[in-house]
Every structure is written in structure tokens, then in C-alpha cells.
Write a protein that binds this ligand. Structure first.
Ligand code: ZN
Length: 193
């Protein structure tokens, strides 16, 4: 499946909830499998249904150890980033339970760019899993950021709505100038408050 890029109006619309019967249907089970393959092919750590052109309240998330291999341990520790097994979230409700925290993030629908976005360091998400069973997720660190980013997509919100615009960077420049530095040093160099 191809990933919709910024400027497509579907990324600005609100996705609709699914019924239990829909979630358990062959169509939605197949969709979740296709979303998993699309996310892995990108590769990315999250993908929401509007990003493949469907206004449904479904997102898939997976953060694999292999994605961390080029990130120094001190940066992983600062991001509080650890592996997250594949799962789907359906009809999620989110409560921000942490402190505001700033890091660069990117989006598969804003290919080639990254910016600093303030997010809550922890969240609680009530949703259904791929079997339409209710689940409660308590997340912190990078996983909490992924959840906030993906649930924003279901409401027509993109990270560019929340970013520190002075920090907007191509991925090449992120790697060249910013990615390896502590976030407080980045913020000082960019003169961010
Ligand atoms: Zn995104």
C-alpha cells in the first residue's frame, strides 16, 4: 500500500470508529496485516489508517530492536526508547499522564523531514486490540510519543501542527547536525525556549 503524503486532504479529516463486528471481519483483519507490512516496508514505528487513505480509527505500532542499531545507547536512554512488539490500536481514547518532553520526530506522511515536537512523557490509552478486546495501555518514553503521534492522525492532526518550527530539518541534516546531540544542546543551538 502507498502512504499518503502531506497536502492530501484525507490527512486533515477525522477518522470514524469501528464496530466490534467490523474489527473481526476478514476485511479489517486483512487491512491490519497490510498495514503491518506497509509500516515494515517504510520502515516506520507506527502507521494510522488515514495514512493509507482510510478514515478508520485504527493504527498499528511496532518498534523493533533492529531500528535502534545506529542510535548510541546514551541517545536511546535519553529517548527512553525500547522495543515495542507489533500491535494494533482501535478506537483509542488517550489521557496524557506525564510531563512535557521535547524530541525530534518524523512522519511517514512527511517523508524526508523531522522536527522537535513537545509530547507528554507518559500516556494511558484505552482501546481495542485486533481481536476487538478492550485493552488499557500504560506507556512512557518513546512508546508514549508514538501513541500520541498515531492518535493525532485519527483526528486529522500532524506533528507539524505541534512542532517547534525553527527545528524543522531534512533527515539528512538531522543526521549531520542534530541526531547525536543531547536535546538540551540542540535546543540551545536552535535558540528554543
Ligand atoms: Zn505520522
Amino acid at each position: 500500500m502507498s502512504i499518503v503524503q502531506v497536502g492530501d486532504p484525507i490527512l486533515r479529516r477525522t477518522a470514524r470508529e469501528l464496530s466490534r463486528k467490523e474489527v473481526l471481519s476478514a476485511e479489517i483483519q486483512d487491512l491490519i496485516a497490510q498495514m503491518r507490512e506497509t509500516m515494515r516496508a517504510a520502515p516506520g514505528v507506527g502507521l494510522a489508517a488515514p495514512q493509507i487513505g482510510l478514515l478508520l480509527r485504527i493504527a498499528v505500532i511496532e518498534d523493533l530492536t533492529e531500528y535502534h542499531k545506529d542510535i548510541p545507547p546514551e541517545r536511546l536512554a535519553e529517548l527512553a526508547r525500547s522495543p515495542v512488539p507489533f500491535h494494533a490500536i482501535i478506537n483509542p481514547k488517550i489521557v496524557l499522564t506525564g510531563e512535557p518532553i521535547e524530541f525530534f520526530e518524523g512522519c511517514l506522511s512527511m517523508a524526508g523531514f523531522s522536527a522537535i515536537v513537545t509530547r507528554s512523557s507518559a500516556v494511558r490509552v484505552e482501546c481495542w486490540n485486533a481481536q476487538a478486546e478492550p485493552v488499557s495501555i500504560e506507556a512512557s518514553g518513546w512508546y508514549a510519543r508514538i501513541l500520541q503521534h498515531e492518535i493525532d492522525h485519527l483526528n486529522g492532526t500532524l506533528y507539524i501542527d505541534r512542532m517547534k518550527s525553527r527545528s524543522l530539518s531534512t533527515i539528512d541534516n538531522l543526521i549531520r547536525h542534530w541526531k547525536m546531540k543531547p536535546i538540551n544542546q540542540v535546543k540551545a543551538e536552535l535558540e528554543l525556549g
